[in-house]
Design a protein around this ligand. Sequence first.
Ligand code: HEC
Length: 169
Amino acid sequence: MAIGLPQNGPKGREAIGLHKKRELDMMIRTVLAVTIVAVGVTAAVAQSVIADRKALMKRSGDQAKVAASMVRGETPFDLAKAKGVFETYVDKANKLPTLFPENSKTGGETHAAPAIWEKPDEFKAQVAKFGADAKAALDQTKDLDSFKAANANMLKDCGGCHETFRLKM
Ligand code: HEC
């Protein structure tokens, strides 16, 4: 064996033992370091996904206010703006399915309810219904009256999902 270590006598064995132990220590340290980095990255991803879905929801809240203002006649009806509200909802419905990974149940001051992960099929169905209704609302909206009806229907979807899948805020 040409590993450059003394082979014979108790001293030799000791030296090899020490060498092996150091190698093992380093391996353990490397594995630990890699694990710690991986855990850190996972936590960071979970935090950013929570921030993403909250931002997406906030944008819906803002759009719902734009809609309410037109419905109440506080701002004049604007077809492009009205359709813009529902376009935002369609976009959101497309994004929601990836924004609730298993590792994002807690943290980031989330108000996501455990039901999302306990009843995943029901949650998926809610998101799908929301997306389908948003597309229908987009098609249906031609004037203030049709906008009002479509908007009222969408608000039911918001509330319906929040009731089961969002914690009290
Ligand atoms: C499929 C379910 C679902 C639908 C549909 C839905 N939401 Fe939400 N919403 C949630 C969940 C879950 C949260 C909590 C997210 C979190 O805190 O991680 C939330 C949070 C919010 C928040 C709080 C965001 C914040 O700042 O923390 C607002 C505002 C909101 N939703 C508005 C709406 C509006 C308006 C609609 C309809 C146009 C809507 N949502 C439709 C599930 C839904």
